[in-house]
Design a protein around this ligand. Structure first.
Ligand code: AMP
Length: 280
C-alpha cells in the first residue's frame, strides 16, 4: 500500500492504473477508521480493481464552535486497517495541499442543504461539497463510496456529481451498527461509559418510528412528537427528528406516499450523534 501526500503523486498512481485498464474506486474519509469505513472499502474492492482511500480532516466542514481541534486522529491504526482491507493507495494531503494560499472557490448545493444538518451546521455542506468535488476531480475514479449513515451528505454528493458532470458513479453503502444498534461513528469515542449505555436509544427510537409508520402511514405528526419526547426522556437533547422523503428530502407532513426515511440529530453530553433509517 502506498501513501501519497500530493495531488500530483495521486494522479500519477491513477494514470498508471488507467493505462493498464484498471477500474478505480475512491473512499473518502476523515480517519479514526472503524468497520463503517471498512464496509465502504469492501464495497469498493468488490466492484473495482484498485481502491484509493483518502484521509483528510477537512477544516472547511467544521464551524468555529465545532470539534475540529479535538477530532480523533489515529494515523498508524488507520493505515494498518486500510492495508489489511486491501487498499492500494492512501491519499493523506496536508491542508495546504488541498487549500493553498489564495484558494477562493466554494461548491454549494442549493435546496438539499437547507434542511436537517444543513439547517443546524452553518457552512457544513459547503465544506463537504467543496472537498468532495476536489477529491473526485483529483482522482477521477469510476466510482466513489459514501455511507448512508450520513444520508444527507450522500444526497448532496450525488447532486453535485450530476450537476457538475463529474463522470463518477456515487454509491451508497448501508450503515454499519454495533450489536446494540448504535451506528458506528468516529465521534462515538467521545462518549463516556454512561453515555455509551444511553446512545443506542437513538437507533431504537428511529427503528420504532420507522416500523410504526410502515404500519400507520398517516401517523407522521404523532410519531415525530412521541419520538422527540422519548429521546429527551432517555437523556438526549434533540436537535431535530424529522420524517422526510428519501429522494428529495422534502418533509412528509401528512401521510407517507413515497420512499421515506426518519432522520435525527441529538446531543448526548458534548457529543453530537446523527442517525437515519428507512421506513418500510
Ligand atoms: P467520516 O470519516 O466520518 O467523514 O466518514 C467517511 C465515510 O464513511 C462517509 O461516507 C460516511 O458516511 C461513512 N461512514 C461513517 N460511519 C459509517 C457507518 N457506521 N456505516 C457506513 N458508513 C459510514
Amino acid at each position: 500500500m502506498d501513501i501519497v501526500r500530493t495531488i500530483a503523486d495521486l494522479r500519477s498512481h491513477i494514470a498508471r492504473w488507467r493505462k493498464s485498464g484498471a477500474r478505480i474506486g475512491l473512499v473518502p474519509t476523515m480517519g479514526a477508521l472503524h468497520e463503517g469505513h471498512l464496509a465502504l472499502v469492501r464495497a469498493a474492492r468488490a466492484e473495482r480493481d484498485r481502491v484509493v482511500a483518502s484521509i483528510f480532516i477537512n477544516p472547511k466542514q467544521f464551524a468555529p464552535n465545532e470539534d475540529l481541534a479535538s477530532y480523533p486522529r489515529r494515523e498508524a491504526a488507520d493505515l494498518a486497517m486500510l492495508r489489511a482491507a486491501g487498499v492500494a493507495v492512501v491519499f493523506m494531503p496536508e491542508v495546504a495541499e488541498v487549500y493553498p494560499p489564495g484558494f477562493a472557490t466554494t461548491v454549494r448545493v442549493a435546496g438539499l442543504t437547507d434542511c436537517l444538518c444543513g439547517a443546524h451546521r452553518a457552512g457544513h455542506f459547503d465544506g463537504v461539497a467543496t472537498v468532495v468535488t476536489k477529491l473526485l476531480l483529483q482522482s477521477l475514479p469510476d466510482a466513489a463510496y459514501f455511507g448512508e449513515k450520513d444520508y444527507q451528505q450522500l444526497m448532496v454528493v450525488r447532486q453535485l456529481a450530476r450537476d457538475l458532470d463529474i463522470p463518477v458513479r456515487i454509491t451508497g453503502v448501508p450503515t454499519v451498527r454495533e450489536a446494540d444498534g448504535l451506528a458506528l461513528s468516529s465521534r462515538n469515542a467521545y462518549l463516556s461509559p454512561e453515555e455509551r449505555r444511553v446512545a443506542p436509544e437513538l437507533a431504537r427510537t428511529l427503528r420504532r418510528i420507522a416500523a410504526t409508520l410502515a404500519a400507520e402511514p398517516e401517523a407522521v405528526a404523532r410519531e415525530t412528537a412521541r419520538g422527540i419526547a422519548d429521546l429527551e426522556e432517555a437523556g438526549f437533547a434533540v436537535e431535530y427528528l424529522e420524517i422526510r422523503e428519501a429522494e428529495t428530502l422534502a418533509p412528509v407532513t401528512a401521510a407517507i406516499a413515497a420512499p421515506t426515511r426518519v432522520f435525527a440529530a441529538v446531543h448526548l453530553g458534548r457529543t453530537r450523534l446523527i442517525d437515519n433509517m428507512p421506513v418500510g
